[in-house]
Design a protein around this ligand. Structure first.
Ligand SMILES: Nc1ncnc2c1ncn2[C@@H]1O[C@H](COP(=O)(O)OP(=O)(O)O)[C@@H](O)[C@H]1O
Ligand SMILES: [Mg+2]
Length: 421
């Protein structure tokens, strides 16, 4: 059996913390078996190395290793990604496709952020874990596969079970062996070691001398909470390496790179969201998209007005509020520039009568609305199709179909009424 030290070297794992060593030892011990493993720990603690170790030290090492981030795949396509689909299973399924469970036959699948799996997928996963059986989306043929599962999560699975977001039976099946990785704040001895490693990596990468820490800087890093764990420490090391001219870093300087260190309040355990919680990135993106959509609608409205009235000053007067909203403080300049562009674009239409310009524009506008409608229509169709297929598969048994679709029986009942099924 390879020693813990050798494994660390092979997989680039830095640190001498006893809890970290114990986790690696567990991975080495469980690797030759086919037992499912659940890796737990906060975001950024280094969970992704564990399934790699397990795969490489197992008899499956010549088989495929597929890492799937369950949180990153849209709910509508995850079943098809994992288990494949039959031609015609849903709109757009023009050919039969193999899923990861078929492709990784004889290998290992790493299900990262497994707590994010929709309930319908959890049902399928439980089945494949229990007897190696799965069914492609839209098929009725049972297929067999031989895949070892290693899953990881940074959410509290007991909470998720309590809130009925995660199946209890699946949790026990996945976590036959649990490997927990300690947060960085509990590995104080490793903090400076990791910083030195990252600083030397970045010095090499950016062709600059390595930054060094004074004692008080080391002291601050050691006392810090590190909510983003090793990922955050690595980021700090990179920022300092790139931005600081003076290569000896003292406490005052390092403090600038550590959000919230001003107070010496104790770490909040299980705080739901912090600045370094990277799951909020998705929320930020959603917000940006919503804002953009709002802007687009405002612009559409303004353009319509301009086209209809043909008089910039009148439109500007009537829509002061909208213009302020879209262009903000620089509104005069930006608005004038936009209007200039618009006038250049609309020159050919000026030869038509006023009426025909308006109807032309209205047609275009109407077209845009239609696209939106079509999209909702096809979504509607897709949902209908999914419900129908699921009911068929379960010979009309609503309870089973609802569980597969990840909705409550009552919602399913409502949809059956709504779609007149
Ligand atoms: N012990 C370690 N030694 C060196 N780098 C590490 C260690 N643990 C984690 N890292 C690095 O930290 C980052 C986050 O690790 P990752 O496995 O993605 O975390 P998690 O999956 O737990 O969120 C990666 O860049 C990884 O290489
Ligand atoms: Mg990860």
């Amino acid at each position: 059996m390879e020693s813990i030290q050798a494994i660390k070297q092979r997989f680039g794992i830095i640190g001498n913390d006893p809890k970290l060593n114990r986790s690696i030892e567990k991975a080495i011990q469980v690797a030759p078996t086919d037992i499912s493993v659940l890796v737990t720990g906060e975001s950024g603690v280094g969970k992704e190395s564990i399934p790699k170790i397990i795969h490489q030290l197992s008899h499956r090492k010549h088989g495929k290793y597929i890492a799937v981030n369950c949180g990153a795949i849209p709910e509508g396509t995850i079943d098809s990604e994992l288990f494949g689909h039959e031609k015609g299973a849903f709109t757009g399924a023009t050919a039969t496709r193999s899923g990861y469970f078929e492709v990784a036959d004889g290998g290992t699948i790493f299900l990262d952020e497994v707590g994010e799996l929709p309930l319908t997928t959890q049902v399928r996963l439980l089945r494949v874990l229990e007897n190696g059986e799965f069914i492609k989306v839209g098929s009725s043929k049972v297929q067999k596969t031989d895949v070892r599962i290693v899953a990881a999560t940074n959410v509290n699975m007991f909470e998720a079970i309590k809130k009925e977001k995660f199946r209890e039976d699946l949790y026990y099946r996945l976590s036959t062996i649990e490997i927990n990785l300690p947060p960085l704040r509990e590995r104080k001895e490793d903090i400076h070691l990791l910083f030195r490693k990252f600083a030397s990596d970045f010095a090499l990468k950016y062709k600059m001398p390595t930054v060094k820490l004074t004692d008080d800087a080391v002291n601050l890093l050691t006392k810090y909470r590190w909510n983003g764990n090793i990922r955050q420490l690595r980021n700090v090391a990179e920022q300092v390496s790139v931005l600081e001219q003076h290569r000896t870093i003292n406490g005052v300087t390092i403090q600038n790179y550590l959000p919230d260190t001003g107070s010496n309040l104790p770490a909040v355990v299980n705080s739901s969201k912090s600045e370094s919680d990277f799951s909020s990135e998705r929320e930020i993106l959603y917000k940006v998209l919503f804002d953009m959509k709002g802007d687009l609608n405002d612009l559409k409205k303004l353009t319509m007005e301009l086209m209809k009235k043909g008089s910039v000053s009148e439109v500007q007067k009537d829509n002061e509020h909208l213009i302020q909203k879209i262009y903000g403080d620089d509104k005069d300049e930006a608005f004038d520039a936009a209007v200039e562009d618009l006038e250049v674009l609309s020159i050919p239409q000026r030869t038509k009568t006023d009426e025909s310009i308006v109807s032309d524009v209205e047609d275009k506008y109407h077209f845009a609305e239609e696209i939106e409608e079509e999209e909702t229509l096809s979504l509607h169709d897709k949902e209908l199709e999914l419900i129908k297929k699921s009911l068929e598969r379960h010979s009309g048994k609503r309870k089973l179909a609802a569980a597969e679709l990840g909705i409550s029986e009552r919602t399913l009942y409502r949809k059956i009424k709504q779609f007149d099924l």
